[in-house]
Write a protein that binds this ligand. Structure first.
Ligand SMILES: Cc1ncc(COP(=O)(O)O)c(C=O)c1O
Length: 383
């Protein structure tokens, strides 16, 4: 019967990251540096708020766009952080940022449209773009220090270009796009009337003072869609809640598809999400930054090259010297050294000489895993 189902869905591939994570989970003694998930548990006050909301019978259908109390809280929260102010009308509460991304693609893309994304890139964009029968156009950033070169970007634009997706800090590189990169994106988008989707899930995990954001520039308001998540800063991956913000007509348009997809996000979780916005996330950020410094020291001492990250919780490590592809490298690491890593090829064919580690994993796993990686590199260098 599979020949009668939706052909676009048949083309979906299982996430390579999950494949490695699952293989690692089945093997004895493996430490996994694969998944970008905080090891911490959600704060007690947030859990208490959800428990109380249940007792208060927040168990009925929610508003499709999101509870007005939560949307107002998000509007205040974001208004204090960005020059662009979004009203509660311009905010949609989503099922994690994943659904915000999917709803945006579904609401904006027509068959034949093109979406430019700096490569390497986060893995869940492509399937939804292809589902819309649109085409993903990778922008090679490997030759420009993983930043965006305006000439390279311009060269990819044509009359089919509908959207540019920006992820800063980036997954998998951890790179924060410079002012020059974002100015280039804005100039190209404004000149050609191209939407910009800013995937901001790592905005609270930035380790540099020099942080330029698209959401600080009202001149692109009519083109910008911002997706946000509770998953990473509040350790709420399993709660499945996030939000998106866009200029009112665009937000209303995206809300059309969002409401049909999910009806709304679990009522008592929305109440807890108001509480989450009151939490100070600086301690979590400090812990990640401290880990980053320690990881970099280990890699530097072993002379292992990597892309210098300024945010998120990933290190993108260059394995080009070994002349084996990233999947082979990761299979060897898994089978011979019992450490699970993510092949760089999963983020782009252009980065088959990289592997990604996440330093959000359990602290013991992180440093044990890194030691195993260093041992493997030393052994390979002796071959
Ligand atoms: C860049 C990026 N966007 C979106 C997501 C999805 O986050 P959520 O849990 O909010 O769906 C992730 C998760 O790893 C991510 O790395």
């Amino acid at each position: 019967m599979l020949n009668r189902v939706n052909h676009q869905v048949l083309k979906f591939k299982k996430s390579g990251i999950r494949k490695f994570a699952e293989a690692a989970a089945k093997m004895e003694g493996v430490v996994s540096l694969t998944i970008g998930e905080p090891e911490f548990d959600t704060e007690v006050v947030i859990k208490d708020a959800a428990k109380k909301a249940l007792d208060d019978n927040y168990t009925h259908y929610p508003s499709g766009q999101g509870m007005i109390e939560l949307r107002k809280a998000i509007s205040d929260f974001e208004g204090k952080r960005n020059a662009m102010h979004y009203t509660s009308d311009e905010i949609i509460v989503t099922n994690g940022s994943t659904e915000g991304l999917a709803s945006t693609f579904l609401a904006l893309l027509n068959e034949g449209d093109e979406v430019i994304i700096p490569a390497p890139m986060y893995v869940t964009y492509l399937p939804m773009i292809e589902y819309c029968k649109a085409k993903m156009i990778p922008l090679d950033t490997t030759k420009s220090g993983f930043q965006i070169d305006e000439n390279d970007l311009n060269a990819l634009v044509n009359e089919h270009t509908k959207l540019i997706v920006i992820t800063s800090p980036n997954n998998p590189t951890g790179v924060v796009y410079s002012k020059e990169s974002l100015d280039a994106v804005k100039r190209v988008a404004l000149k050609n009337n191209i939407f910009i989707l800013s995937d901001d899930v790592y905005h609270q995990l930035v380790y540099t003072d020099d942080f330029t954001k698209l959401s600080d520039d009202p001149s692109i308001r009519h083109l910008l869609i911002v997706t946000q998540s509770y998953s990473k800063p509040y350790a709420m991956t399993g709660w499945r809640i996030g939000y998106l913000m866009a200029d009112q007509p665009i937000a209303a348009h995206i809300n059309g598809i969002h409401s049909y997809l999910v009806t709304g996000i679990t009522s008592f979780i929305q109440i807890a999400a108001i509480e989450a916005l009151n939490q100070d996330t600086s301690e979590i950020k400090r812990i990640y930054f401290d880990r980053l410094v320690r990881c970099k020291k280990i890699l530097d001492e072993a002379n292992i090259p990597y892309v210098n990250p300024e945010g998120a919780f990933y290190l993108f490590i260059n394995i080009g010297e070994f002349k084996i592809n990233s999947e082979e490298f990761c299979l060897k690491a898994l089978n011979d050294y019992k450490v699970a890593l993510v092949p760089g090829v999963y983020f782009s064919e252009l980065t088959d000489h990289y592997i990604r580690i996440s330093y959000a994993v359990k602290e013991y796993d992180l440093f044990e895993g890194l030691n195993r990686l260093v041992k493997m590199v030393k052994d390979l260098r002796q071959c």
